[in-house]
Design a protein around this ligand. Structure first.
Ligand SMILES: Cc1ncc(COP(=O)(O)O)c(C=O)c1O
Length: 435
């Protein structure tokens, strides 16, 4: 389907001929049929596995069904799909070269732009994925301090390497031997973990707010953030901000700049190149020596095209007031969705910043109601997720917001109907409802 082909919403998932055929072929040659966060295996059958194209705030699956995109490729797409200035920069760099014997001049341009844009950054190192960046920050913290222990919040996601993957298959206890744990927003728990680490504390790794999968999100308590800064100053450990998911969606700079807390090191990826593969570790001068001493690299870490995309993305974010646009669209969505839930007398929690919201239903066990809601929304053309926060892009138009609100209204109706079925089933001696 061409990018501007008319949207086709309200489909029957059984009609997904192309998706079904691709799933069958994938099952033979890709372990488990698909893996990682983009596996549709655990999602309701309404979800397509394979996507074909995107433009602005809309995406199309392999069968040509259209959706308003509220997952934004799980975060990378911040300006909208196929942003003209980003894609023009990509084309002109690609016409020169991408992967060469040495980095292209655009690497220096991007490092300068990142240092000028992010307050705490005096230098930048580039990589591919968020896991590269969080791992690199931990390695640099250890190289600089000569210590081993890194503290992380229980349940936080920092990537898929053996030291941090949430699934333990194939990892060893030794992979995590140098981690300590605390509870997000609980400074006493950090102090206890730091005391346990003693003089071996290399760093504290923390996300800008609590965005653990499947749970209500929790904004950071400013005193907690300041307390972490104070603890790192007192001990010489690195404060490492994992801005992989939030970076350049909440603020054009580190996500803790608005609350006045600067980390020593920060990890970035997802939105920095509007969907092109790039990650960055940024740091202050205090950690420059450690950064100089580590050996980190990758065959594709110096590819020039994603760097050109990042320069264009960061400039467009500023020139187009994209952060403000996402806040406006996110506010309209939140107000509409919360109002719809109240009108149907459904108790929901709509948590997190409006640009990265997540919806849960009070008392919902095993995400049962969230799944009914998400499946109905997807059927009606709004691509959301039942167990992961959503992402708003700056490309969302008033028409996109209308489509989403129409879909969420139908989705709340489906939840009400589901609850009604449970209640009558229960009355007739069926299984107890989970809410
Ligand atoms: C907060 C956070 N850190 C790190 C990562 C890992 O990034 P990647 O999947 O690009 O390796 C993610 C990915 O979702 C993330 O959300």
């Amino acid at each position: 389907m061409a990018h501007d082909a008319p949207a086709k919403a309200g489909f029957d998932p059984r009609e997904r001929v192309a998706d079904r055929a691709l799933r069958q072929r994938a099952a033979a040659v890709i372990p488990g049929g698909m893996y990682g966060h983009q596996s549709a295996g655990q999602l309701p059958p309404e979800y397509p596995q394979f996507m074909r194209n995107g433009r602005g705030g809309r995406i199309w699956d392999a069968d040509g069904n259209s959706y308003v995109d509220l997952m934004c490729s799980y975060g990378p797409v911040v300006l909208g799909h196929q942003h003209p200035k980003v894609e023009a920069a990509v084309r002109s760099q690609a016409a020169l070269a991408d992967c060469q014997n040495g980095p292209a001049p655009v690497m220096v341009e991007l490092a300068e732009l990142l240092v000028a844009t992010v307050r705490h950054a005096d230098w930048a190192m580039l990589a591919k994925n968020g896991t590269d960046a969080t791992t690199m920050c931990c390695t640099i913290a250890r190289a600089q301090t000569g210590r081993k222990r890194i503290l992380v919040a229980r349940g936080a996601y920092h990537g898929a390497a053996p030291w941090c993957t949430p699934r333990l298959a194939g990892t060893t206890p030794e992979d995590r031997a140098n981690l300590g744990h605390f509870t997000f927003n609980d400074l006493d728990s950090v102090r206890a973990a730091a005391a346990e680490a003693g003089d071996d504390l290399a760093g504290i790794l923390v996300s800008p707010f609590k965005h653990d999968a499947g749970l209500d999100q929790e904004m950071v308590d400013q005193d907690f953030a300041r307390g972490l800064r104070g603890l790192c100053d007192a001990t010489g450990a690195a404060l490492i901000l994992d801005d992989v998911r939030c970076g350049f969606r909440l603020h054009l700079g580190s996500s803790w700049e608005p609350i006045g807390v600067d980390p020593d090191l920060s990890a970035w990826s997802k939105a920095i190149a509007n969907g092109h593969p790039l990650a960055a570790a940024l740091g202050s001068d205090r950690f420059r020596e450690g950064a100089k001493n580590v050996f980190v690299t990758g065959s594709f870490w110096f590819s020039a095209v994603p760097m050109a995309a990042a320069v264009a993305t960061i400039n467009a974010l500023r020139e187009e007031g994209a952060i403000e646009a996402m806040a406006r669209a996110g506010t309209a969505l939140r107000d509409g969705i919360v109002g719809q839930a109240a009108a149907r007398d459904l108790e929901v929690n709509y948590t997190g910043p409006v640009q990265m919201p997540y919806l849960t239903f009070a008392g919902d066990r095993n995400h049962e109601l969230a799944s009914v809601f998400a499946a109905a929304a997807v059927r009606a053309g709004a691509f959301i997720h039942p167990r992961h926060n959503w992402f708003v892009s700056a490309a969302m138009t008033a028409a996109d917001i209308d489509v989403v609100l129409c879909a969420t209204d139908q989705a709340f109706a489906a939840v009400r109907e589901h609850l009604g079925r449970w209640t009558s089933n229960d009355r007739n001696g069926g299984t107890a409802p989970s809410v």
